[in-house]
Every structure is written in structure tokens, then in C-alpha cells.
Design a protein around this ligand. Sequence first.
Ligand code: SF4
Length: 129
Amino acid sequence: MRRRVGGYRSDVSSRNSPTAAPLPVGLRPTRSRVSPRVALERTRRRWRSPAWAEQAACAGQTELFFGPAIETERERLDRERRALTVCATCPVLAPCREHARQFRESGIWGGESEYQRRAALRRAKQTSS
Ligand code: SF4
């Protein structure tokens, strides 16, 4: 028996049917330029805790480095200023910065904001080409 919920067939058997409704855009599998094996290895490397992280000065201060979903511009700037102060005293600033640039991290990493990190990556790309 087939039922329609929100315009999409809800039974499992219709998924492989040529007449099945297409998945919504956000749920469609994305095409990757790398093989699944390479993508998996990249994911593993990204989420493996690096050795230098044990010496991080920011340990236990996650809320300072990654803001809440909603905060005012003034709150964000104040939070980022305090986070950068912690980074300035960190013994592993260089490897942290390198990691964040390599994996396009969000938030404050290695004494850089996302904006500063993107700008640095752009500059590096321009000088290499
Ligand atoms: S450089 Fe900053 S973000 Fe990186 S580990 Fe040190 S305190 Fe944390």
C-alpha cells in the first residue's frame, strides 16, 4: 500500500522504483570528486584528535571559541577577543593554525578567526599561482 506524506511516497519499496518521486534537494546524495575511500580517510584524519591538542590552552573553554547560535555583534566580538587572548598564550598555536587551515575549520583556531583564515588561504593561493 502506498501513502503520500507531504507529496513524497512514504513506503520503502518505492525508493528504487523508477516512478518514485525525487528526493528533496537537501537529501539528495552529493557527487564527490574523490573516491569514497579517500573521502573516508580524510574524515578520519579530520576527526582524529591531534597529539598537540593535549597541550591546548583552550581546553574546557569551548563556548568561548564557538559562539551560540544567536549572539549580538558586540557579544561575538567580545567573545572572539577573549578567545584570541587565550590563543596568544597557547604553546601549540602554529600546529593548531595549520590544522584549521587544512580542514577549513570554523570558529577561532590558532589565533585566527574564520575571516582571517580565509584571507590567509586566499593570499597563499595567490602567491603559489
Ligand atoms: S591556538 Fe587557540 S584554538 Fe588552538 S589550541 Fe591553542 S588556544 Fe586552542
